[in-house]
Design a protein around this ligand. Structure first.
Ligand SMILES: *Cc1c(COP(=O)(O)O)cnc(C)c1O
Length: 358
């Protein structure tokens, strides 16, 4: 079976070069006589992965020295609990900007540990708010938003800048797809299985003055100060996922870094949106200025053809195009690892399919 173009929203496809490297190194990693899955998370060989991945992230995202990089269990979702536990309290208010399902989930989780407020909700409009429209609160413990809403296909094109509270961003589905100005944030967090690896590991980039303010009963594995002191190795960490993260970071670096990732993303998204906009067979519900460069939802005018579209696209080696139930239709996720060739193939398929079913 040849490799397909996997348009899944996550876990997503990996770069072919990374798969090949992992395969080549699998049974005898770095002349250890065993695989990276079998080595100790305390061994010098593994600590080398820890240090290299940290250094590579710092370099790729230009992370200043007063930010620490934490590697974590529990995906992005676990950080939705960790954030209020580390930054707020049952007496303080945490503010949320909602632009889609993930932001809403983060907000609902935060309610368990903090008072919360929604200061903006543009979910129904498939859009992001302008900073000038936002009513910031002076007493907020932090302000949380989701940079790219993976389900709706809505992405911020600007930072909702705020100077009276730390800005916390869920960057799970667009991290390392474009440069970011780290200094505008208190916390940047993401799971790895979309743009930078596989499931099992998440990262948080935390400004150091925000460490150590946790709630009394915060579990130690969710407590950032503790994790920082333990060098993100409080217990047995997912060594294989960490290794794959490093391979992906090295691949990004060798491919030209985040500037090149951004160029690729702009080009891939442009091709796909232009094709959809020029077709009367397919459509996308999001206004151009809010569109995600990572997740492109689209619907067929004739929804009774959805099942056939999915069946035939899969046969053509273009997989996992089914949209989320809340939006319907299709969704093509075109993260860092999706080559432009995959997007050309998809457009070709969409075009042929539309002609056959006019
Ligand atoms: C996928 C995703 C998550 C959830 O990630 P998990 O690792 O499954 O917890 C959270 N936020 C966004 C924006 C996502 O795309």
């Amino acid at each position: 079976m040849p490799r397909v173009f996997n348009f899944s929203p996550g876990p997503a496809m990996l770069p072919a070069a990374v798969i090949e490297k992992v395969q080549a190194e699998l049974s005898d990693w770095k002349k250890c006589g065993m695989s990276v899955m079998e080595i100790s998370h305390r061994s010098p060989a593994f600590l080398n992965i820890v240090e290299q991945s940290k250094a590579m992230l710092r370099k790729l995202l230009n992370i200043p020295d007063n930010y620490c990089i934490l590697f974590l269990h529990g995906g992005a979702s676990m950080q939705c609990s960790a954030i209020p536990l580390n930054l707020s309290s049952p007496k303080k208010n945490a503010d949320y900007i909602i632009t889609g399902q993930w932001g809403l989930k983060a907000y609902n989780e935060a309610k368990r540990f903090s008072k919360t407020r929604i200061i903006s909700n543009t979910m129904e409009q498939f859009s992001t708010p302008n900073t000038s429209e936002l009513a910031f609160n002076d007493d907020a413990a932090y302000l949380h938003y989701t940079d790219n809403e993976t389900i709706l296909g809505v992405e911020f094109s600007h930072v909702p800048e705020i100077d009276n509270a730390p800005l916390v961003v869920d960057s799970s589905s667009n991290i390392l797809s474009r440069p970011i100005d780290v200094e505008k944030y208190g916390v940047i967090y993401a799971c790895c299985q979309k743009n930078i690896g596989i499931a099992g590991l998440a990262i948080s980039i935390v400004r150091e003055d925000l460490l150590g303010h946790h709630q009394a009963h915060t579990p130690s594995l969710l407590e950032w100060q503790h994790l920082h002191e333990k060098n993100s190795l409080p217990n047995t960490m997912p060594t294989f996922a960490w290794y794959v993260l490093l391979c992906c970071l090295q691949w990004i670096e060798q491919s030209g870094g985040v500037v090149q990732m951004q160029k690729n993303s702009i080009q891939k998204a442009k091709l796909l949106y232009e094709y959809i906009d020029n077709s009367d067979f397919y459509s996308n519900p999001v206004a151009p200025q809010y569109r995600s460069k990572m997740n492109v939802p689209f619907t067929l005018q004739k929804t009774d053809l959805d099942a056939l579209f999915l069946q035939q696209s899969t046969q053509a080696g273009l997989t996992n195009l089914k949209g989320h139930v809340s939006v319907g239709g299709m969704r093509a996720s075109i993260y860092n690892s999706m080559p432009e060739e995959g997007v050309h193939k998809l457009i070709e398929f969409m075009h042929t399919f539309s002609r056959q079913h006019k």
